[in-house]
Design a protein around this ligand. Structure first.
Ligand SMILES: NC(=O)c1ccc[n+]([C@@H]2O[C@H](COP(=O)([O-])OP(=O)(O)OC[C@H]3O[C@@H](n4cnc5c(N)ncnc54)[C@H](O)[C@@H]3O)[C@@H](O)[C@H]2O)c1
Length: 250
């Protein structure tokens, strides 16, 4: 018996990194995955990986910035797979800029992906999660719990996810659903490998977010996601769970 036998997980960002690792992990424990991403090639790749292990996955190229695409994805998930038991809001972007260099387009793109997409996908999915007595796991960040130089927009969006999670948890505290967030620290994904840094960064300002240990494999975040999303975590509600090798302990 897998912890997610008969369950449907609607996950964003499954083409890469933490989302891909989470799709593989939940599938390995019996979940049917409905995976969203803008990266069609990555979606095809995760589909092959899951199907080669006899798992069940369906994907949609979806830009979470579009409210209509989020609503369509929820409708498609329910009509194709029958329910939504787990919603994982995982897709996100990150970069550094000096505050004075952030354009309106930069700000809108980051907040639309990291915050607006999470809100409207959640809004569309909640009636189905109430029906299935399911749960929501948002991927926040250590950046939502601390200040990081040159990351004002990213920290703002991840702080929003932290408090969106808490506010949702309180609004639905009398209902049989759970809402939580994971706040990873440095994780070994393409987001870190391709991280766009400011060229003239003052590294002495960045010591608080460099950390003391190497980046974690995304599978470790996926393992925590699987626990939080499972019935074993029945009283974990409204929690922000750090998985950051001590980064925010200081
Ligand atoms: N890697 C880290 O160190 C780290 C640390 C803390 C938090 N996080 C968070 O973890 C989450 C996953 O990041 P990751 O490290 O796996 O990065 P990643 O770049 O490997 O994966 C992010 C995925 O999101 C998808 N995506 C981007 N824009 C999208 C859009 N508009 N619509 C749909 N999908 C879109 C990308 O195509 C990609 O597949 C993000 O929310 C990120 O902020 C990552």
């Amino acid at each position: 018996m897998g912890r997610f036998d008969g369950k449907v997980a609607l996950l964003t960002g499954v083409a890469s990194g933490i989302g891909r690792a989470t799709a593989l992990r939940l599938s390995s424990e019996g979940a049917s995955v409905f995976g969203l991403d803008i990266d069609a090639e990555g979606l095809a790749d995760v589909t092959t990986a899951i199907e080669s292990e006899s798992g069940v996955i369906s994907t949609r190229v979806t830009d979470v910035r579009s409210v209509q695409e989020c609503r369509d994805a929820v409708d498609d998930c329910v009509s194709e797979m029958g329910s939504i038991d787990i919603l994982g809001n995982i897709a996100g972007i990150a970069w550094q800029r000096h505050v004075v260099d952030v354009t309106e387009d930069d700000w809108d793109r980051m907040s639309d992906i990291n915050v607006k997409g999470v809100f409207f996908l959640t809004q569309a999915a909640i009636p189905h999660i109430l029906e299935s007595h399911g749960n929501i796991v948002n991927i926040a960040s250590n950046a939502g719990l601390m200040g990081m130089a040159y990351c004002v927009p990213y920290c703002s969006t991840k702080g929003a996810i932290v408090n969106m999670t808490r506010a949702l948890a309180i609004e639905y505290v009398r209902d049989p659903i759970r809402v939580n967030a994971i706040a990873p620290g440095g994780t070994d994904t393409s987001l870190v490998a391709n991280f766009e840094m400011v060229e003239d960064a003052d590294f002495s300002l960045m010591q608080n977010c460099v950390g003391y240990r190497p980046p974690a494999p995304p599978e470790q975040i996926a393992a925590l996601f699987a626990f939080v999303a499972s019935d074993e975590a029945g009283n974990i509600h409204g929690s922000i769970l750090s998985a950051d090798s001590g980064l925010t302990a200081a």
